[in-house]
Design a protein around this ligand. Structure first.
Ligand code: SAM
Length: 237
């Protein structure tokens, strides 16, 4: 998979080179390209923003540098991911869908966001996916792009050292994951549940299923209702 990022703070995306994504780049599974939006400007100040039409606080990202970035990156037919609080919520289902693409191009917003015409134009020549990390406002799209990347790339075949660890994770089956334990069996007065040490795989599976259901009902009952109502469909196109 090839991933491109357009940002005015390319250094923000340095963590992409760490840990498992870094290994995936080294192994050739991932190709990463980070682009400085200011490289697509032509004025002395390398301007990427301007005042909003209609007035109001803050600045808006100008269309020309972003348009030139889209042209240079030849986005026609690929998937352009734009982080925005107005976007489709990032879910495991969306991550799994994005993991099927050959190429993702992230446009990281700053200030009050991106001139709407950039998004309209991108949608005419590429698949446009506007993604929200949650119902709060960040300073920029870089953290969201990193989060989307991490959720997506760990689903690529060959990315995880042990693919089995993806199978029972939170949100894979609509439930939160059951609690997990490791050695020692007793720690500061807290014991590991005996069923996990008994070697009865059927009993362990049943305990984990029950714990996942209880935890989901207690912490995120909306997940149970959503999957019952929509069969796991989040309602976005
Ligand atoms: N004025 C915008 C609004 O009210 O929707 C918020 C702009 S925010 C300060 C700047 C940039 O941060 C956005 O263009 C977007 O790229 C990113 N951003 C902020 N919150 C986000 C969220 N919840 N999910 C994804 N991206 C977000």
């Amino acid at each position: 998979m090839r991933l491109d990022y357009v940002s005015i703070f390319p250094d923000y995306l340095a963590p992409l080179r760490l840990s498992l994504p870094g290994k995936a780049v080294a192994s050739g599974l991932l190709e990463l390209h980070v682009h400085d939006l200011r490289d697509f400007t032509h004025d002395r100040h390398r301007t990427v923003d301007d005042t909003p039409y209609g007035g109001g606080a803050g600045m808006v990202m100008k269309p020309e540098p972003l348009g030139e970035a889209l042209d240079t990156l030849e986005v026609d037919g690929v998937t352009v991911v734009v982080p925005t609080p107005s976007g489709r919520p990032l879910t495991q289902a969306l991550a799994a869908d994005l993991a099927t693409r050959e190429r993702l191009v992230f446009l990281c917003g700053r200030y009050e966001g991106i001139d709407q015409r950039v998004l309209d134009h991108a949608a005419e020549r590429a698949e446009l996916v506007e993604v929200s990390l949650g119902d709060y406002v960040l300073n920029g799209g870089e953290v969201a792009a990193l989060a989307v990347t991490e959720a997506v790339v760990r689903l690529l075949p060959g990315f995880m050292g042990n693919a089995a660890s993806l199978v029972e994770e939170s949100h894979t089956d609509g439930l939160l994951e059951y609690p997990v334990y490791t050695k020692p069996a007793a720690w500061r007065g807290h014991e590991v549940p005996p069923v996990l040490m008994g070697g009865n795989h059927g009993a362990i599976a049943a305990w984990r299923e029950e714990q996942a259901r209880e935890r989901t009902a207690a912490r995120r009952p909306d997940l149970l209702h959503a999957s019952a109502l929509a069969g796991g469909d989040d309602g976005w196109e």
